[in-house]
Design a binder for this molecule. Structure first.
Ligand SMILES: Cc1cc2nc3c(=O)[nH]c(=O)nc-3n(C[C@H](O)[C@H](O)[C@H](O)COP(=O)(O)OP(=O)(O)OC[C@H]3O[C@@H](n4cnc5c(N)ncnc54)[C@H](O)[C@@H]3O)c2cc1C
Length: 406
């Protein structure tokens, strides 16, 4: 299981989980920070592309790990899964952070068109041509595979911001375009955390001896890194917390089911009514269909459609390219309710919000079903992870209760 095979199906995700499970306990806690390179990922799960799309869900990963190792032995791995839940909740409660990021990124792209020197520096960084061997190797690895070890992501972002002095928003966008697990919450908020914007005044500085040690000597950027840089300038007051919008109840009437890359396990969404048709809304296009991330996303949607049509014994209406195609489909699909998994803050949520009013004008309701896990966890992501972490045992009780009732 060393070099992951990135096969975009639920089956492949479950196989990867089964293969990793024996190492998810104390072995993971001991070895997880080591980046041995793309050919050896045995010390981490490499499950993020599947978890990101909920081809496999956090709850089922946690249930499997708890059953195998118990809480005390698997605490570290459980916490990492919960980091994802935390970031999702954190952004859900402060969606304006993403709006601000998008505005700043767009403004910076305009600046790149004007400032040739800056544009060339970004080109060198994203092509892996800076002359800092570790950084260049990570850039090339990301382009070729779509995956980077967590520690490499931290080092990369830190070198980008503090050594190369490039705008963090352009780096976050580079990650977002190429990561197989690209996620608006985990990615944007992690870049902010590295820069010192997320936990105010606390930034992450990549250090040469740390890189040498945790790459087991593969890299040694001694003398090349800014190891005493200051955090990025403070942004002022943090954005206000907005309460979670209410989720919709699971419908009882006949529905049409809409899949998105936000959640591709509709079998566990709690839908028990008749499903007459299934379609998937494609994620808004990002240039470069040949990127590994684009291939993984398209394959994952195909897998979701295949499973959903079999599970619900429904017609498959294929992939809808945008909200207008969704509208046309919904009008003719034979149901007055389109049900979908709740889309967290991001591009899909925006596209659905854009289409909802037009659907309503035609008497079609969009029902967003939120998972009980998210409902239980997200409201607690109000401050730092430390406070959130205290809630983990209670969250896990839910899983234990469900497992014992099953
Ligand atoms: C700058 C930066 C950008 C990142 N961008 C993303 C992103 O777009 N999408 C993404 O899923 N993760 C992101 N991460 C978090 C983390 O690096 C990846 O989740 C992890 O490396 C995935 O590899 P894995 O599955 O082998 O993780 P493992 O170590 O095996 O962890 C198990 C699972 O826990 C979750 N997880 C672990 N660490 C984190 C973390 N720090 N934050 C959130 N979830 C975590 C993931 O779902 C992961 O699959 C980012 C981290 C940094 C520093």
């Amino acid at each position: 299981m060393s070099a992951p095979l990135w096969i975009p199906t639920r089956r492949a995700g479950l196989d990867r989980l089964a293969a990793f499970l024996p190492r998810a306990g104390r072995t993971y806690a001991r070895e997880r920070n080591v980046d041995r390179g793309p050919e050896d990922r045995a010390n981490v799960s490499a499950l993020s592309p599947w978890i990101r799309r909920r081809l496999i869900t956090e709850e089922e990963v946690l249930a499997a790990v708890l059953a195998r190792h118990g809480y005390a032995n698997a605490e570290k791995f459980i916490q990492e899964i919960c980091w994802r839940t935390y970031w999702k909740g954190r952004l859900e409660l402060r969606p304006s952070v993403l709006t601000r990021f998008d505005d700043e990124r767009i403004a910076l792209e305009a600046r790149l068109a004007e400032e040739r020197e800056l544009a060339r520096a970004v080109e060198r960084a994203t092509a892996g041509e800076t002359g800092i061997a570790c950084f260049d190797a990570w850039a090339r690895e990301l382009l070729a595979t779509g995956y980077l070890h967590n520690h490499a992501r931290m080092w990369f972002a830190s070198v980008w911001i503090f050594t190369l002095r490039l705008p963090w928003q352009i780096g976050a966008d580079f990650f977002f375009k190429h990561l197989l697990d690209a996620d608006p919450a985990s990615n944007t908020l992690s870049w902010r955390w590295v820069g010192g914007l997320q936990t105010r005044g606390k930034h992450y500085l990549a250090r040469a001896d740390n890189i040498r040690s945790y790459t087991e000597g593969r890299f040694d950027p001694r003398g090349l890194l800014s190891e005493d840089a200051r955090p990025l300038p403070d942004e002022g007051a943090p954005p206000p917390i907005v309460p979670l919008p209410p989720a919709d109840p699971v419908p009882h009437e006949t529905v049409a089911l809409l899949l998105t890359e936000e959640d591709l396990h509709p079998e566990s969404l709690g839908i028990e009514c008749d499903v007459c048709a299934v379609a998937a809304l494609a994620s808004p296009p990002i240039a470069g269909a040949e990127r590994p991330a684009a291939r993984f996303g398209a394959g994952a949607i195909e897998d979701g459609l295949r499973r959903a049509t079999a599970h619900f014994d429904a017609r498959c209406d294929g992939v809808l390219v945008d909200g207008d195609a969704l509208l046309a489909w919904a009008r003719g699909c034979g149901a007055r309710t389109v049900v979908t998994a709740y889309p967290p803050t991001g591009l899909i949520a925006r596209e659905l919000a854009r289409t909802e009013a037009a659907l309503a004008r035609d008497g079609i309701r969009l029902a967003r079903i939120r998972r009980a896990w998210d409902d239980a966890a997200w409201p607690h992501a109000t401050s730092g992870f430390f406070a959130f972490k205290e809630r983990i045992p209670k969250l896990l009780d839910r899983i234990a209760a469900r497992t014992s009732n099953a």
